[in-house]
Design a protein around this ligand. Structure first.
Ligand code: PEP
Length: 255
């Protein structure tokens, strides 16, 4: 069973160039010598090159917040997985609920993006799934999670050491300060684990898939998320904008 935890910072569209450089430097300082887990930072695509230069020589990996499903051509405004890899990305968040909400991304698109990312060596997709508050209230969460997984990943071939990270992010928990109850996260991760077993078999699932949680994690509530079954790490938004707090989160979850 995997023991390495993944702690991913999603800086979204929050920082200017100067702020990105300054926070990246703080992260590098804060995480110097940290080897207990995999740390990745996803800044704005526009500033990936600057962040890459700062993280060089550190253990902090670079991630992007989105990728095109096309690899090249007349797709104005898009950025291909190949280009992300070119500037040093190791991870790409795909299908974040904010993109599903504001840009009408759907799982057909997300499926194509996963395929495009998996074409690129050493690039790992972080595939976001999660129920809305209405789906939660009407007791449809389990169905929704399995359906999203199937739409995003069915028919995808997973080879060798390829990694796919599934981020369970209940939409109602993102940026609201209302993290899920840890026991509920554990239950949802179990549902995801079983669905992935069905789709890919237990061996591939255990070897190639990881399941992380995202939604209002902070330095206080993270304690409840340690030692949960099938909890391979965290995707952190708001609390990743402070280096010290993000470091505390990483320290706690990797204990
Ligand atoms: C996110 O946007 O992926 C996220 C988890 O945000 P927050 O931590 O702010 O809820």
């Amino acid at each position: 069973m995997p023991t390495k935890k993944y702690i991913i910072a999603n800086w979204k569209m929050n920082l200017s160039l100067a702020q990105t450089i300054s926070l990246a430097k703080e992260f590098k300082k804060e995480f110097a010598g940290f080897s207990r887990g995999e740390i990745a930072v996803c800044p704005s695509a526009l500033f990936l090159t600057e962040a890459a230069a700062i993280f060089k020589g550190s253990a902090i990996k670079l991630g992007a917040q989105n990728a095109s499903w096309e690899n090249k051509g007349a797709y104005t405004g898009e950025i291909s997985a190949d280009m992300l890899s070119d500037v040093g990305c190791r991870y790409v968040i795909l299908g974040h609920s904010e993109r599903r909400k504001y840009l009408f991304e759907n799982y057909e698109m997300i499926h194509k993006k996963v395929r495009a990312v998996l074409e690129i060596e050493n690039l790992t997709p972080i595939v976001c799934i999660g129920e809305s508050i209405e789906e939660k209230k009407s007791d449809r969460r389990d169905f929704v999670l399995v359906d999203q997984l199937q739409q995003a990943l069915s028919g995808i071939d997973v080879f060798g050491e390829q990694e796919i990270i599934v981020a369970y992010e209940p939409i109602w928990a993102i940026g609201t300060g209302m993290a899920i109850e840890p026991a509920e996260a554990e239950y949802a991760h179990k549902i995801i684990k079983l669905a992935l077993n069905d789709m890919f078999g237990m061996q591939v699932n255990n070897k190639n898939f990881r399941i992380i949680y995202g939604g209002s994690i902070n330095a206080q509530n993270v304690k409840g998320f340690t030692n949960l079954e099938n909890m391979d790490g965290l995707l952190v938004g708001g609390a990743s904008l402070k280096a010290e707090e993000f470091y505390k989160i990483a320290q706690t979850i990797t204990k």
